[in-house]
Design a protein. Structure first.
Length: 755
């Protein structure tokens, strides 16, 4: 065999034709020499084959490969030629774990068996979303310095840097363009190895590999840092090669033994590892299984959070989570369906409990989106996809929005199923894949599958349960009956581009900052609509804070903008959740991005920013607000409406006006009354009222069909929790989640058929 991609160091071991071929994939920027210390430490019948990518080692003069598919195809072809009749093990360290994984996929697709895949100190495929961000020399230097890839003093040597950095840049670009969520999850035994002192890839990250095989996944630990394969080679070799067919298993302590142990350890439920997979709610066709009590909302929420369903903007990969849910519901005897969309891995999940009441009762749909916004940019105190519980709080992306609600829905439904309940209508749990962003959400589904759901009413995310000022006594619960709608606006300032040695007054970036400051100080008039007025009237009677109640009543009684604005500002100032109540009272502006510049020695000639204006139905007209903002900024910047592709400004405004004209959901219904009754049972003495939601949900397509949609976050929240929605260290209260689940359970109890 003479392939440049693989090299076999030293003499072939005895029995090399029938032993093990261990193919080793190096970490970022490295090549085969990183495994130099492995020679002489592997089992006698094991042949090491080292992957030698272009741009380093003996291939330093070749152009590096920055496409994962091309890389894996080339290595797979070389492995097929070299393997012969040997047992095949793929071992990848750090970035090499992804390379090994993709190579494994290709080998299995062509009928080549892989005895074991080993991921050492590597992030799993689901952590990469293929955004293809640019990678600079500065990024490569920071990576080398931050990971300890080489001696920092060597980076001061330009000649050494010239050799070291190109392969690092190539590998970082390869990772940036990789979307591991695409393609089938392979059926392969997987060893996930974490190093106890690794600051870059901790245990909780390595545990997520369990979601990326349909075979057995074993979690192993070794002492050492991120490059433990060099610091502690014997332990890493043992972790990867121990227990292969025909060899005696090691007595080493194993943190997770097979899929069952991994799942129970990950969920932290205290479950005992079992060799009987039929005893658990298995995840069909891949995805992590769930071994806990499916009526425990906390365990469910943890498991859901640990399924990384981040939506980068073009839709989330939700299939692994859907498979887990399918296993949970099937184990309870509930019929399920997974409906794919045109994007691979992007699916809707349904579970349906048939009703036994009159045929006129249409289904109640419990609608929860499974996708979450990404957790990038800001530094979390916990791993956003670990589902950690600290001080009575469950942390994780989606804990509040809205996997906590989904867990409450599922746990409440399955508690009724366990009790043998019969309902007067079908109860449908729908896990939507693209609520945050993406083309294949609820609107797409209803258009592509008309009549498939035929909902009589829908409950999704929305209203809140708030406490009194003491922070512990429930004050008011709300069920939202309409959403705000938003309009994306873009600012652009212009001057002229020039050399940075000749700065001038009126630079585009400075102008943009000045205009943003002015818009940031702008306030729309206080204009509560009918739903908001009803909510704030109930709030005035519910609060024990007398000045707050007086401000609320004064605002509601005001007949002029001046008096209403003055009282409304007092309401916001005195509120324990000022951002929430401000958004329920007026049009708001939220600034999301700013861009300028493209070269470090050029003063840019333009600068842009984008922001969203969010409108209450029945309050401000969007066209009037856009005109007011243009008048405010004058000729210092250009303000444009960002509509759908090919849409004019007038068309975008008219479309928004149509959304805002959608009627509120009727709250004279049995579902609304069932919710009020449930609140009385779980929060005695607390007022339960209709409300205006301050954000947008997937409810609009249903409301356009005159289907009532209600929104609830059934657990109590405070200002800190609300501020962290879509933000850093998102969390919910554990006991609040349990109590909120009880509210959902009691709501469904009102819909049970009576003997």
């Amino acid at each position: 065999m003479n392939d440049p991609w693989l090299t076999v160091p030293g003499e072939p071991p005895p029995g090399a034709a029938t032993g093990t071929l261990a193919v080793c994939f190096a970490p970022t920027g490295a090549h085969g020499s990183t495994f130099a210390s492995w020679r002489g430490l592997t089992p006698e019948d094991t042949t090491l084959a080292l992957v030698v990518p272009p741009g380093r080692g003996t291939r330093v003069d070749e152009e590096p490969v920055t496409d994962m598919a091309a890389y894996a195809d080339a290595v797979a072809a070389a492995v097929r030629e070299l393997r012969g009749g040997r047992r095949l093990v793929l071992i990848g360290v750090s970035l090499g774990a992804l390379l090994a994984y993709e190579t494994c996929r290709r080998l299995l697709d062509t009928g080549v068996p892989v005895a074991r895949l080993c991921a050492v100190a590597g992030q799993c495929p689901g952590d990469f979303h293929g955004r293809g961000e640019d990678v600079t020399v500065e990024d490569a230097r920071a990576f080398v310095a931050g990971t300890g890839l080489t001696d920092p003093e060597l980076l001061a040597d330009p000649e050494f840097e010239e050799v070291l950095l190109p392969p690092v840049i190539a590998d970082l670009r390869l990772a940036a363009g990789y979307d591991g969520r695409r393609g089938a999850v392979p059926q392969v035994e997987l060893r996930a190895v974490w190093a106890t002192d690794d600051p870059h890839v901790p245990e909780v990250t390595v545990r997520r590999w369990a979601e990326w095989t349909r075979g057995e996944c074993t979690l192993m630990s070794v002492e050492g840092g991120h490059y433990a394969h060099q610091e502690n080679p014997a332990a890493v070799i043992d972790a990867c090669l121990d227990g292969l067919p025909g060899t005696r298993p090691s007595r080493r302590s194993v943190l997770g033994a097979g899929a069952t142990a991994v799942a129970s350890t990950v969920l932290g439920l205290g479950a005992v590892a079992s060799a009987a997979p039929a005893a658990r709610a298995a995840a069909p066709m891949g995805g992590i299984s769930f071994d806990g009590d499916p009526t425990d909302p906390v365990a469910l929420a943890v498991a859901m959070i640990r399924q990384n369903t981040s939506n980068p903007g073009d839709g989330a990969i939700t299939l692994p989570l859907a498979r887990m849910l399918q296993g949970i519901f099937r184990a309870a005897g509930v019929a399920t369906e997974i409906v794919p969309t045109p994007k691979d891995g992007n699916v809707h999940f349904f579970a349906r409990i048939p009703g036994s009441g009159p045929a006129t009762k249409k289904p109640l749909v419990l609608l929860g989106h499974s996708d979450v916004v990404p957790a990038i940019g800001d530094r979390w105190e916990t791993d956003p996809f670990a589902g950690e519980i600290e001080d009575g709080k469950l942390y994780g992306r989606g804990s509040l929005d809205m996997k906590g609600v989904n867990a409450a829905f599922v746990a409440a439904v399955l508690r009724h199923v366990r009790e043998g309940a019969a309902f007067d209508r079908d109860i449908v749990f729908w896990s939507d894949c693209d609520e945050e962003q993406g083309p294949y959400g609820v609107r797409w589904f209803l258009a592509e599958h008309p009549g498939k759901v035929a909902a009589g009413a829908v409950i999704t995310e929305g209203g809140w349960v708030l406490n009194q000022r003491d922070g512990t006594t429930p004050m008011i619960a709300s069920l939202t009956c309409n959403d705000k709608r938003s309009l994306l606006l873009r600012l652009e300032t212009a001057s002229y581009a020039t050399h940075t040695s000749k700065p001038f007054s009126g630079q585009a970036v400075i102008r943009l900052g000045e205009v943003l400051d002015q818009l940031g100080e702008w306030r729309a008039h206080i204009r509560p609509n009918a739903l908001s007025r009803q909510y704030f009237a109930e709030l005035a009677g519910a609060t024990t804070d007398r000045p707050f109640a007086e401000a609320l009543r004064e605002m509601l009684a005001a007949r002029t903008d001046l008096r209403r604005d003055r009282a409304g500002e007092a309401v916001v100032r005195l509120s324990e959740t000022p951002e929430l109540h401000n958004a329920m009272l007026r049009t708001t502006l939220a600034f999301t991005s700013a861009q300028s510049g493209y070269y470090p020695s050029i003063v840019p000639g333009t600068a842009t920013a984008e922001f969203r204006a969010a409108f209450l139905p029945g309050a401000d007209d969007p066209g009037r607000i856009v005109a007011e903002l243009r008048s405010l900024i004058g000729n210092r910047a250009t303000l444009s409406v960002v509509g759908n592709p090919g849409e004019s400004e007038q068309q975008a405004l008219d479309r928004l006006r149509g959304y805002l004209a959608t009627p509120d959901s009727d709250y004279d219904t049995d579902v609304f009354r069932a919710w009020q009754s449930a609140v009385r049972r779980t929060h005695p003495g607390v007022r339960a009222t209709a409300c205006q939601f301050e954000a947008v949900t997937s409810a609009v397509p249903f409301r356009e069909q005159n289907v009532p949609v209600y929104g609830m976050y059934p657990f109590t929240v405070n200002r800190d929790m609300l501020k962290r929605m879509h933000g850093t260290d998102e969390h919910i209260g554990v006991e609040a989640l349990r109590q909120g689940t009880e509210t959902v359970y009691q709501l469904l109890a009102e819909l049970r058929t009576r003997a």
